[in-house]
Design a protein around this ligand. Sequence first.
Ligand code: GLV
Ligand code: MN
Ligand code: MN
Length: 411
Amino acid sequence: MNAPWTVNGERLWEALMAMAQIGATPRGGVCRLALTDADREARDLFVRWAREAGCRVEVDQMGNLFARRPGKEDHLPPVLTGSHLDSQPTGGKFDGAYGVLAALEVVRTLNDLRCETRRPIEVVVWTNEEGSRFAPAMIASGVFAGEFSLDYGLSRCDRDGVSIGQELDRIGYAGPRPCGGQPVHAYFEAHIEQGPILEAEGKTIGVVLGIQGIRWVDCTLEGTAAHAGTTPLPARRDALLGAARVIQAASEVAAAHAPEARTTVGELRVHPNSRNVIPGRVDFTLDLRHPHAETLQAMSEALRAAFDRVCAEQRLAGQWQEIWYAPPTAFDPDCIAAVRRAAERLGLPHRDIISGAGHDAKYLAQVCPTAMIFIPCRDGLSHNEAEAISPADAAAGASVLLHAVLEKAQE
Ligand code: GLV
Ligand code: MN
Ligand code: MN
């Protein structure tokens, strides 16, 4: 029997390292916030590589990029595969970029093999997956899937009041292709696990069954900004003290729903942020996650009750605004099976896994059969400049992607 096809691991690694230079940080990570100049540079490089691989590149109204390798029956709905090129402020080299460049490597490998597929294959780069600069996350795949309107997507603003639409215009990636509405035969996304399970169990491939639910809340606590030295204890209305109590409550809510629950306060803005002024206002974010919708709802309600209690006890005015709910998502059994078959054909140790992180695959799953492929990352560390993977695992995951995409592209 012939050995199963594999991708060119060296070429994939070179592409990953070249992409990681765009927005590179002194500590070995990447800062490539959505729609910044660094994001534009990364897009330009991707477009050049995709064209060199013979693809036609289209840009849609949300700035999503589609690099198309034609099929023998080119009118058929394509197999879509990709991820994102934006990063966290102190992100790593692989979150997102791995899925984009693994998909490009699939196209390059098919070219080397002179393999024609029945259906076209499109490598996609989704705009603003991270949600770090513009909330919510996965906004552009959400518009593609019809979860959000185009107006909603384009009008999301960063902290300085600059919108996605303005930034797409500025960097030259506001495209003409309608965002969404195109039939897709299947979607596959390769990604680093971003957690510790595969590494701990010595598995090379995670066969991803679905994604846990996420709720994002914007909170504000308002007290009275006043003199640090003169304001007597009973008169103080300290918004930061209130926020600290809510943060403590968030960690207790996670503990009450252990081991799967996660709660995080990742952003805190203190006003006026001066050493000798009692904080008069604090804006902060909540990120709540759980694989089960009912538990996630219960967590949110428990934390809301704690928030209201803190407001009453500390005499603070509170605003609680849930800005995003992404329910738990189950992927398509047939696409999942294609990933598992690919891992088995390649002789790679694998296990089923649920994604703790959000991915564009969440929204794609609402419009087409979808699955994901995970590879291990060192110490399970991600959203960190030290994020690391091995070249061998990178190649293995891309070879699994090759076989899964091929199976669907020949249907
Ligand atoms: C995406 O990076 C997430 O927050 O899961
Ligand atoms: Mn990602
Ligand atoms: Mn991420």
